[in-house]
Design a binder for this molecule. Structure first.
Ligand code: ADP
Length: 379
């Protein structure tokens, strides 16, 4: 999704792909194959490049440090990226920065976990510090026995270390996307609401509906403080929990997660903002002036295509095009698997209920379900 922006700006992208059939390899001409842990492949990749950046966090930091020492512009740097790789490091540092987070503790033994649960009403959320995504590596627990397997794996070194957090009684999940240049220029997009189903983002509404202005300002302020405090370069997504205020004041926000790259919560910007997160990430890591982040419409809804009954969701593109000519389809060229993120649809407009319904109808067609509006062209 960075390719169209790179092409327009005359930027040559070279991408290290794990598989010649991967989404990126289908659209990037210069796409050598190699593992993200392959030092030689990464050294060849950065030859002659102005900057090195990432589309996921699973990269070897010691190598990134060595490349930076050799003069490669690694953005974000390993010292920042570690906060998106390790949840314990992230929680500790955000605490030092005074950024509001759920109560948490590192836990290595069943007794430590039992003690924590005793202080949080008997329930908590255990997370692997590394390697989790889309809710894998997150488990709601009421007793240490619920994560006996993870505790054992952490203890014998075959699994990641663990943290436990209070189970936050959030009213909804919000996200803020922010971009930062090496010299410090920072821009945020409007705060969005992200709707999760089964631990996976299903829908994003931009901007977040009915957001209290004080909550909005707090969320934006947190995102900028995190970007600056961690010395992030490029795009940073800050996932937040919105929590009702017991005294009837503005809802509060707590940080759940960080991602240091273009993120699913920002896919709406491709069609819904003056500058997309992908263009902005390129600008930021190349130290170019950042683009305008203003929305192009009152509302933009992004709906993910999660799995499909079709062999190939492209078979339904004509139907979507016929039933909703303004819906923007983005497919990733991935093989269909149950629940897999195969693409997304962006719809913009002035009436939120209508925009949401249209995004849902388009994704339903791409998932091979009957069009709920009944308006699809049968051809
Ligand atoms: P991942 O790294 O897999 O994206 P997250 O830490 O974002 O994992 O957690 C996935 C989902 O689990 C969140 O979107 C949220 O719905 C729920 N969750 C995570 N942490 C908590 C918490 N402390 N309290 C309540 N729900 C949580």
């Amino acid at each position: 999704m960075m390719t169209p922006a790179a092409t327009a700006l005359g930027i040559h992208l070279r991408v290290l792909v794990e598989d010649a059939a991967s989404s990126a390899a289908q659209v990037v001409v210069d796409a050598p194959v190699g593992a993200a842990s392959d030092a030689d492949a990464i050294r060849r990749l950065v030859e002659g490049a102005d900057a090195l950046t990432f589309e996921h966090e699973h990269v070897p930091n010691d190598l990134l440090d060595r490349l930076a020492a050799d003069g490669v512009a690694v953005r974000p740097g390993a010292h920042a990226l570690v906060h998106a790789q390790d949840k314990a490091v992230m929680r500790r540092r955000l605490g030092e920065l005074g950024v509001p987070c759920p109560a948490w503790a590192a836990v290595a033994t069943p007794d430590e976990l039992t003690d924590f649960l005793a202080g949080t009403g008997g329930v908590g959320v255990v997370k692997t510090t590394r390697g989790g995504y889309d809710g894998k590596g997150v488990r709601v627990v009421r007793a240490a026995a619920d994560v006996a397997d993870w505790l054992a794996a952490a203890a014998d070194g075959t699994g990641a270390a663990l943290i436990v957090e209070e189970k936050v009684p959030f009213t909804r999940e919000l996200a803020v996307l922010v971009a930062r240049r090496p010299g410090g220029e920072v821009r945020t997009w409007p705060v969005v609401e992200s709707v999760q189903r089964d631990g996976v983002c299903a829908e994003v509404v931009a901007p977040a509906p009915d957001l209290h202005p004080a909550t909005r300002d707090a969320a934006l302020d947190i995102a900028v403080r995190v970007a600056e405090g961690l010395d992030v370069t490029g795009v940073l997504a800050v996932e937040l929990f919105e929590v009702a205020d017991e005294d009837g004041g503005a809802p509060r926000v707590l940080v759940n997660e960080l991602a240091m790259r273009p993120h699913n919560s920002g896919h709406w910007t491709i069609d819904g903002a003056v500058t997309s997160q992908f263009e902005q990430h390129l600008r930021a890591v190349l130290d170019l002036p950042l683009g305008d982040t203003a929305p192009r419409a009152t509302w933009t809804v992004m709906a993910n295509v999660l799995g499909s009954a079709l062999d190939d969701p492209t078979d339904a593109v004509a139907q979507v095009a016929a039933s909703d000519p303004a819906a923007k389809v983005h497919l990733y060229g991935k093989e269909v698997r149950p629940g897999r993120k195969l693409g997304h649809v962006n719809v913009s407009g002035d009436d939120l209920a209508d925009v949401r319904a249209r995004a849902a109808a388009a994704t339903a067609l791409l998932r091979g379900e009957p069009d709920p509006t009944g308006e699809a062209d049968p051809a």
